[in-house]
Design a protein. Structure first.
Length: 122
């Protein structure tokens, strides 16, 4: 038979033996909020942020559409101005005006001997 080693007895009045690894002291339990409520809050926050991103994208799209329309209007107005300037310059041409006056109104240039000048006193 195997012999069992006797265990040492604690002396009366002696301190109890200290364990090699001290046990961690239990923390006081704080009230836990339900995880479901905090998850719903995060979902709501993310939803609001996503709605804001969508709103901003729609606003930028509208501004880009307006900017494109204004650019087309500007190009059309510049072309109209160029055409009107061309028509004005051709209409103001002296030779053209004289030819139209001769043709439509029968106006002839005055002869030098028929021209008189009026002299005003200063």
């Amino acid at each position: 038979m195997a012999a069992v080693a006797p265990q040492p007895r604690a002396r009366a009045g002696a301190a109890p033996a200290i364990d090699a690894a001290p046990r961690p002291r239990p923390r006081p339990r704080a009230e836990r909020r339900p995880r479901v409520a905090s998850g719903v809050v995060w979902i709501a926050i993310i939803g609001v942020l996503l709605a804001g991103v969508v709103f901003m994208n729609v606003a930028v799209l509208r501004l880009n559409i307006q900017l494109d329309q204004r650019g087309r209007d500007r190009a059309r107005l510049r072309a109209d101005n160029a055409q009107l300037a061309s028509e004005l310059s051709s209409a103001q041409a002296a030779a053209r005006i004289q030819a139209l006056a001769r043709k439509e109104l029968g106006v002839q240039p005055a002869l030098a001997q028929e021209t008189t000048y009026v002299r005003l006193k200063p």
